[in-house]
Design a protein around this ligand. Structure first.
Ligand code: FES
Length: 173
């Protein structure tokens, strides 16, 4: 079970602090050696930013674009395409529930409802008042035979039912 600290530094309202300095810059340089072009390192570079800041702000996207020789618009297009990247601060635990049709007919909506209740997040995309939980719906997670699949941070959990939710949430408290 992974429990990651997710700082909520707000790069939009405070004086901007560069992400790629010190050890983070070293990690980026290692990444860049693995790819034939700088553009190829875009996804892991964005992941580095999210690990550091908890989410990816427009200023962060501009910094990534500058470092990789891309346009901010291109970087934003990638960030907005993938649900794994957060465009605003999220809870310490980020929960993704598949509600695509095959899971939906097996009760995914009930799992979502149980998660919103158990975590206190109350609505999709909102963060619980204690800052611990954000729950979202996502498209097919590739485990259609194991409805309902749920991702909590980096942990993939299959066959979640409303009855299992309270116990699951307790494990991450
Ligand atoms: S439809 Fe839910 S995992 Fe594929």
């Amino acid at each position: 079970m992974s429990v990651s600290a997710r700082p909520t530094h707000d790069a939009e309202t405070e004086q901007y602090q560069t992400v790629f300095t010190g050890k983070v810059l070293e990690k980026l340089q290692v990444l860049l050696e693995r790819y034939p072009t700088k553009q190829g390192a875009l996804l892991p570079a964005l992941w580095l930013v999210q690990q550091q800041r908890g989410w990816i702000s427009d200023r962060n996207m501009t910094e990534v674009a500058a470092v990789l020789g891309l346009t901010p618009a291109y970087v934003k297009g990638v960030v907005t395409f993938y649900t794994m990247y957060h465009q605003h601060p999220v809870g310490q635990h980020f929960v993704q529930v598949c509600t695509t049709s095959p899971c939906n007919i097996c009760g995914a909506e009930d799992v979502v409802h149980a998660l919103l209740q158990a975590t206190g997040a109350k609505e999709l995309g909102a963060t619980s008042p204690d800052g611990k939980w954000t729950v979202i719906e996502v498209e097919c997670l590739g485990a259609c035979g194991f409805a309902t699949p749920v991702l909590i941070d980096d942990d993939f959990i299959e066959s979640v039912t409303p009855e299992r939710v309270a116990e699951l949430v307790r494990k991450y408290q």
